[in-house]
Design a protein. Structure first.
Lengths: 358, 308
């Protein structure tokens, strides 16, 4: 008989081994899924996980796609550590893109080094403003930030559709619901010529460092951690839950807004009705896969970015439906949550021996 | 009001409210047992696609509904295994279920997008629906619409008039005590989760077989989340879940009518109304923290592990 037995203390080995185990399980079930869909599993796995990063262009694309995932993942992780469930990062990303993008369009043709910083500020503030709504509704009206932030994502998507059909639409763009292309001063500088990789990736690396410092080395970060893991102790110590809610939601909104601005001022190059393939939702997986730790999120972001590239590659070379990407991401999170039990429990086959009294 | 205008309005409200009511009824039972399953959206989409594909392949609506219900149950079993057996965080597991369901339903349905289908037939003979005044409103519906009313009434009776319902509520309110007097907490919760999955699957089938009727990626458009908000709005009471679902249906339909009436407001803003209304309702209900605390199942979202 297979039994779960509680460990006396949390396994340190498993803390690092369990994400890898989850990955292995995902790849195995991915192979099975490819087989079910009628593809050669090994060939499909190669196209999905290896082929996309065999060229330097592919690696640049990987870093490009990881950028928003890492940025948003770090922001969400700060909140999740405090049990603040912001799942509306996609909406905050969109509003950041609209706000920053609108600044770029208002300054269209202005050739100044200040244009891009202004847009970035607009993106951050836009994302923060959108995240401030669930923060306010939670702290003043006790409304679940989980539901309100998600509902606001649908509102943000509609706002973007309206904006590119209305005030921000390119007047010379025939009837396409798109803005003008951003001019050079309003576009992210490229890191590597011939690729789409832009400076936003460096910003993501800096955010990882800052996030690590905030969570592990700063007093507010400590308050966030205590609020999440021991709410009673936090109250007893006089940590304000209101401050924690505001701080974590604003941080998440700021980083999501930044990611949104990077997308439109980077690879997308203009405002269009759909600017993100769901980075704001996928970043939730990235945050958990990275164990809510900024450095973990860096690696998790790269891995999950590969699932986007792999999906595109498999679509091109094998004519596989693009939706495979989402299935992979869902499986990965499932396995990760499932194997986490090995942190606190061990599997024992046979009968549990009674523990000797100590 | 002119009844030629009123009847289609009522029918439209019923059609909008039915999927919300089906999903919320299932989730109500799940939450009453102390489990918070945020995967409704994913289960609905899987129910929608499996119902649609089964109907297309077999031509049988009965099989389609069975498939949708079973698919929803299978999805919820996945969640139940993670959250109840492996004690994973319920919020994260529910989100995982939604992400997985969105992806898998898109994959399964990739070749079926946009194909037409004959909708689920009306349950009663057409003659009844032609009765003046009450005919269309009472007799012009499909099986799922009647099921949604039957289910919410049945759930009320089950929760408040049967011993099994009492046990389920006890498990949701005080899992340690329920365990101490010999009830199998995990089993009760697993069954409640399966019921929730079945109802979400049927709610999805309503979308793809009655409401639209066709399959499109992500066609639930947030209805699973609105159903979750409905339960908070209803403060976990069956009667108010029913009222809430119809209130939302009415708001959504009035928005469409406002568009039809040529109001000079961009369509996108009117389309925001259901989501904004959800937020507004959450705010109004939740501000009374005491009432939420008195009505919410005390153990909701908390993992249960018998103290060994």
């Amino acid at each position: 008989m297979i039994m779960l037995e509680r460990r006396r203390e949390t396994s340190r080995v498993m803390k690092f081994a369990s994400p890898l185990l989850a990955l292995v399980l995902t790849v195995i079930s991915g192979a099975a899924l490819f087989g079910l869909l009628g593809f050669d599993p090994l060939e499909a796995l190669y196209q999905f996980f290896i082929a996309p990063v065999m060229t330097s262009y592919g690696i640049a694309e990987l870093l490009l796609k990881a950028t928003p995932l890492i940025l948003i993942g770090v922001g969400l992780a700060i909140g999740y550590r405090a049990n603040v469930w912001n799942i509306g990062a996609e909406g905050q990303l969109i509003i950041g893109a609209i706000a920053g993008g609108a600044i770029g369009l208002a300054l269209h043709g202005v050739d100044s080094v200040l244009v891009l910083p202004l847009m970035i500020a607009g993106g951050i503030l836009g994302g923060m403003a959108w995240a401030a709504i669930p923060a306010l509704l939670r702290t003043h009206f006790n409304a679940s930030e989980l539901l309100t932030s998600l509902m606001l994502t649908y509102v943000a998507e509609l706002l973007l559709t309206w904006a590119v059909n209305g005030p921000l639409k390119d007047p010379d763009g025939f009837s396409f619901p798109e803005s003008k292309m951003f001019h050079d001063s309003a576009s992210m500088p490229l890191l590597l010529e011939g690729t789409r990789l832009h400076g936003g990736f460096l910003a993501a690396l800096i955010v990882v460092l800052l996030g690590w410092f905030f969570i592990s080395r700063s007093l507010p970060g400590y308050e966030v951690r205590v609020t999440g893991s021991a709410p009673h102790a936090a109250r007893f110590a006089g940590f304000s839950q209101t401050v924690t809610i505001w701080m974590t939601l604003l941080a998440g909104g700021a980083l999501a807004g930044l990611a949104g601005l990077f997308e439109v001022a980077g690879p997308v190059g203009q405002l269009v009705p759909k600017i993100s393939p769901g980075y704001g939702f996928t970043a939730i997986i990235v945050a958990f896969l990275g164990r809510l730790h900024p450095v973990g999120i860096l690696f998790a972001g790269l891995l999950v970015a590969l699932s986007y590239l792999g999906g595109e590659m498999a679509q091109i070379t094998l004519n596989m439906p693009l939706a495979v990407t989402g299935v992979f991401q869902g499986l990965l999170l499932f396995f990760l949550l499932g194997v986490d039990i090995l942190l606190t429990h061990r599997i024992r086959i046979g009968h549990i021996k009674p523990r000797s009294a100590s | 009001m002119d009844h030629a205008y009123l009847t289609p309005l009522i029918l439209a409200i019923i059609a909008t409210a039915t999927p919300l009511l089906l999903a919320a009824t299932g989730e109500l039972v799940t939450e009453k047992s102390g489990v918070l399953n945020l995967g409704i959206e994913g289960m609905m989409l899987m129910g929608a696609v499996s119902g649609f594909v089964t109907a297309k392949l077999t031509g049988s609506m009965v099989l389609a509904l069975v498939a949708a219900g079973l698919t929803g149950m299978a999805m919820s079993a996945l969640f139940g295994f993670l959250a109840l057996v492996l004690l994973a965080n319920q919020v994260a597991s529910g989100l995982a279920l939604t992400i997985f369901g969105v992806g898998l339903s898109a994959l399964v349905g990739a070749n079926w997008v946009g194909q037409p289908i004959d909708p689920l037939p009306v349950l009663f003979p057409a003659a009844l629906a032609e009765l003046p005044l009450v005919g269309p409103v009472l007799f012009a519906h499909d099986f799922l619409t009647y099921l949604s009313f039957g289910a919410i009434a049945g759930v009320w009776w089950f929760l408040y008039r049967t011993k099994a319902g009492l046990i389920l509520r006890a498990v949701g309110d005080a899992h340690d005590s329920a365990h101490a007097i010999g009830y199998n907490v995990v089993k009760v919760r697993f069954l409640a989760t399966l019921f929730g999955g079945c109802m979400s699957g049927l709610a999805g089938a309503y979308l793809s077989l009655v409401y639209t009727p066709m399959w499109a990626e992500n066609m639930s458009a947030g209805r699973g989340w609105i159903a979750l908000a409905l339960i908070v709005f209803a403060t976990w009471r069956p009667g108010r879940v029913l009222i809430g679902a119809y209130l939302f249906g009415a708001i959504a339909i009035l928005q469409l009518h406002a568009q039809g009436a040529g109001l000079d407001i961009p369509a996108q803003f009117l389309n925001m109304l259901p989501y904004l209304a959800t937020i507004l309702v959450l705010v109004i209900i939740s501000r009374d923290a005491v009432r939420i605390r008195l009505n919410a199942p005390a153990c909701i979202g908390k993992a249960f592990h018998p103290a060994a």
